[in-house]
Design a protein around this ligand. Structure first.
Ligand SMILES: O=C(O)C(=O)C[C@]1(C(=O)O)C=C[C@@H](O)C=C1
Length: 363
């Protein structure tokens, strides 16, 4: 501790000085980013400005440098916003997400790209894919799995017929609240709206606290929140963003049955992402319908010491795709061990497609 006497006036003067320094430094950083944009354009007139691998490296470095008192994630979130603003100076990016406004997917999009990205709600997962494929937006964000309810089948199925690449992942802690319009009393609630996945995530709480209320599934949590705005006998299960957007009151907070309830979202785009050092790869593999198929598929992963993080089976949708496996593992397709393993798997498979190698989620 310094022996300078601590008084409010002196501390505020110091904060003003530091703020001045921070503003100068952020501005200098933003000018660097503008120059980066010029360099990228000079190298390639179709330059890609958003660089997920670089962003992951920047955020990991910030977390490693941080010595407190702010925690490392908090510090990284501040830098997430600085980088988002720097990227918007280079070139604003457009991101489509599974809407409507106020969904957890929008929250995930903002967590991943920061507030300076332009985010556009889409009515369905397929539309998010279509907008990216058509080049109407730069990236898309779709949910892929929840820790309580499991995989979002629709997202996986959409990959089967699409040429889209996975460019990143973001994991969001999901907190559900029971929300009502300001005129609704708890004892008057006869109906609860929510997305079917959210009902699944709050099943025990609902059985204990509202066993007789009718549960009405709707297309999203945000849609549920919108509906209860004008209904006095209804409540919605939704998150903070939807509550704020529709000005709803909380009857009960964090009603999810599992405190670690979280959802993983994928960032989809049109380009491959270079290696960042802590990467993941997602592949889809079609195998012949014969004994020992799963063993044959997984053996090369084991032999090359590759760490599987997820495997899902989906029914085939064409005659050729007898068995379709979605597999996630640690590593990048450009690493020699990974490339060798993929080559071996593709020899045995009817088809193998790499959906993308991308940085493991940082925040
Ligand atoms: O390093 C780059 O390529 C940049 O464009 C700079 C920067 C940054 O602000 O650090 C901005 C956007 C990119 O997505 C990655 C990093």
């Amino acid at each position: 501790m310094s022996d300078t006497p601590i008084n409010l006036e002196a501390l505020r003067q110091r904060i003003d000085q530091l703020d001045g320094d921070i503003v100068r430094l952020i501005s200098e950083r933003a000018s660097c980013a503008q120059q980066v944009a010029h360099v990228k354009l000079a190298e390639d007139e179709n330059a890609i400005f958003y660089r997920p691998e670089r962003e992951a490296q920047v955020l990991r470095r910030i977390m490693a440098l941080n010595e407190g008192p702010l925690d490392a994630e908090e510090m990284a979130r501040l830098f997430r916003e600085i980088m988002s603003a720097c990227l918007a100076l280079e070139k604003p990016i457009k991101v489509a997400y599974l809407g409507p406004e106020g969904t957890f997917t929008q929250q995930a999009a903002l967590k991943h790209f920061g507030d300076s990205a332009v985010s556009l709600p889409m009515a369905a997962i397929d539309e998010v894919f279509r907008e990216v494929e058509a080049g109407a937006v730069n990236y898309g964000v779709v949910p892929v799995e929840n820790s309580t309810e499991g995989v979002v089948n629709h997202t996986l199925d959409t990959f089967i017929d699409s040429s889209i690449r996975i460019c990143g992942e973001v994991v969001l802690r999901i907190h559900h609240h029971l929300l009502v319009s300001e005129n609704t009393r708890r004892d008057k609630i006869t109906r609860i709206y929510s997305h079917p996945q959210s009902f699944g995530q709050c099943r025990k709480w609902l059985d204990a606290h509202f066993p007789h209320a009718e549960r009405v599934p709707v297309s999203s949590n945000a849609e549920a929140a919108k509906l209860v705005k004008t209904e006095w006998h209804s409540a919605a299960i939704a998150g903070d963003m939807a509550a704020k957007l529709y000005g709803l009151a909380h009857i009960a907070e964090k009603i999810e049955d599992r405190p670690d309830n979280s959802t993983r979202f994928l960032i989809i785009g049109s380009d491959d992402v270079p290696m960042c050092g802590e990467d993941k790869t997602s592949v889809v593999v079609a195998m012949r319908n014969q004994p020992g198929t799963l063993h044959d598929l997984l053996e090369p992963f084991h032999r090359h010491g590759i760490d599987l993080t997820r495997i899902e089976t989906r029914p085939s949708r064409t005659g050729v795709w007898n068995y379709v496996f979605f597999i996630d593992f640690k590593g990048h397709r450009d690493e020699p061990g990974v490339a060798a393993m993929l080559e071996e798997v593709s020899q045995q498979a009817l088809e193998l497609r790499v959906l993308g190698s991308y940085p493991q989620g940082v925040l």
